[in-house]
Design a protein around this ligand. Structure first.
Ligand code: CAA
Length: 385
């Protein structure tokens, strides 16, 4: 195991950190208030190559290893979570179906546009009746000559309102479902019958939108099936493989936020004076800082190891990705709680970013598979051995 990254990637991480400190952090509060990322900032993200981190070089991306990619997410997640979410669908769940299972033609058509950030992608799996039970989706696709006709509703779709391309999962054989009866389709914005429904109001993650997508007799050509004709019915596996990778990204975002919360807590504890002394001198505070640092250290090793395994073995990391997501996100929840406690009343105030991290982090234990689903996946992998 070696977590050394190439010099070129190290330099990139440094520029991402500078970008976070100089351009993203100063507008973090504005983004929170306005619930949108300014266009010029999205443009700077494009210029840095952030939309194509995980897309292979031959299709215009940076082709980073999974290890390097999670390190970039860690840096980006030191500020408002919405910035990572803005690029995450292009690098993760919105593009990986094409990267992993797409035809050469689909790769050539879509990946360069996603890598440059010209287009935004989203992943449309969840439905009102099918969240954790992804195989229970009700959206259908029926073959009609050289087209498929999609009908159904998706919800909680990150970046759905701004997406130019959606990976849409639909039932094509109700008898087979997860085993040969769910198909993944690429649906472009503007396709008749495809529209955006409600944009949800959320507890946090402001600046990142979560939407309903509606399909009403939406006709897509037969070559919209990810992987082509041979992959009709194989979409559930595409979704699961995509989520295996996506979960590492969510783990990294939780880790980056936890690291920032530790640093904020350490700095606050040094300057906040009570009973005539900085509170960092009190054992109760020191123990919390020590606990936070230890948990972050353990989580980082686990995440890097899972990413490294994915890069070096070529084998699925289903169990490891679920463990990394479970551990990193639950750890970040505990760290956020301690950070708020160390900051006392100030931690609860909007003046400091701690309360925002606390709210935003809560989602990491839910999206791309709840903690309970991660435990289920881990146990199944264990019992397979
Ligand atoms: N890789 C490849 N194949 C896989 C796989 C994986 N990781 N996991 C399962 N499969 C295959 C199985 O091998 C099986 O195929 P075979 O019979 O041919 O072997 C088939 O898929 C069905 O698998 P299961 O029997 O395990 O299926 P299940 O119905 O029991 O469900 C589950 C498994 C793990 C619970 C799955 O439903 C799941 O992950 N649920 C959570 C869904 C989720 O994470 N949703 C989040 C959506 S994205 C989001 O939140 C963000 C956004 O922007 C919308």
């Amino acid at each position: 195991m070696d977590f050394t990254i190439p010099e070129e990637t190290r330099l990139m991480l440094q520029s991402v950190r500078r970008f976070v400190e100089n351009e993203l952090e100063p507008i973090s509060r504005q983004v929170e208030e306005e619930d949108r990322i300014p266009d010029e900032v999205v443009q700077s993200m494009r210029e840095l190559g952030l939309f194509g981190l995980a897309i292979p070089r031959e299709y215009g991306g940076l082709g980073l290893s999974t290890l390097a990619e999670v390190m970039v997410y860690e840096e980006l997640s030191r500020t408002n979570a919405c910035f990572r979410t803005r690029i995450a669908t292009n690098n993760g769940i919105g593009s990986q179906g094409i990267v992993l299972d797409g035809t050469e033609e689909q790769k050539r058509r879509y990946l360069p546009r996603l890598a440059s950030g010209e287009w935004t992608a989203c992943f449309a799996l969840s439905e009102p009746e099918a969240g954790s039970d992804a195989a229970g989706i009700r959206t259908t696709a029926v073959r009609d000559g050289d087209h498929w006709v999609i009908n159904g509703r998706k919800h909680f779709i990150t970046n759905g309102d701004i997406a130019d391309l959606a990976t849409v999962f639909a039932v094509t054989d109700p008898q087979k479902r997860a085993r040969g009866g769910i198909t993944a389709f690429l649906v472009e914005r503007g396709t008749p019958g495809f529209s955006v429904g409600t944009v949800e109001r959320k507890m946090g993650m402001r600046g990142s939108h979560t939407c309903e997508l509606i399909f009403e007799d939406c006709r897509v050509p037969a070559d919209s099936v990810i992987g082509g004709e041979a992959m009709v019915g194989q979409g559930f596996k595409t979704a699961m493989k995509t989520l295996d990778k996506g979960r590492l990204g969510v783990a990294a975002s939780a880790l980056g936020a936890a690291q920032r919360l530790l640093e904020l807590s350490r700095d606050y504890a040094r300057q906040r004076v009570q009973f005539g002394r900085p509170i960092a001198e009190f054992q109760a505070i020191r123990f919390m800082l020590a606990e936070m640092a230890t948990q972050i250290y353990a989580a980082r090793q686990m995440l890097y190891h899972a990413a490294w395994l994915r890069d070096h073995t070529g084998r699925p990391v289903t169990g490891q990705a679920a463990m990394a997501k479970l551990f990193c996100t639950e750890m970040a929840g505990r760290v956020a709680d301690m950070a708020l406690q160390i900051h006392g009343g100030m931690g609860y105030m909007k003046e400091l970013p701690v309360e925002r991290f606390y709210r935003d982090l809560r989602l990491t234990r839910i999206y791309e598979g709840t903690s309970e689903i991660q435990r289920l996946v881990i146990a199944r992998e264990l019992l397979k051995e």
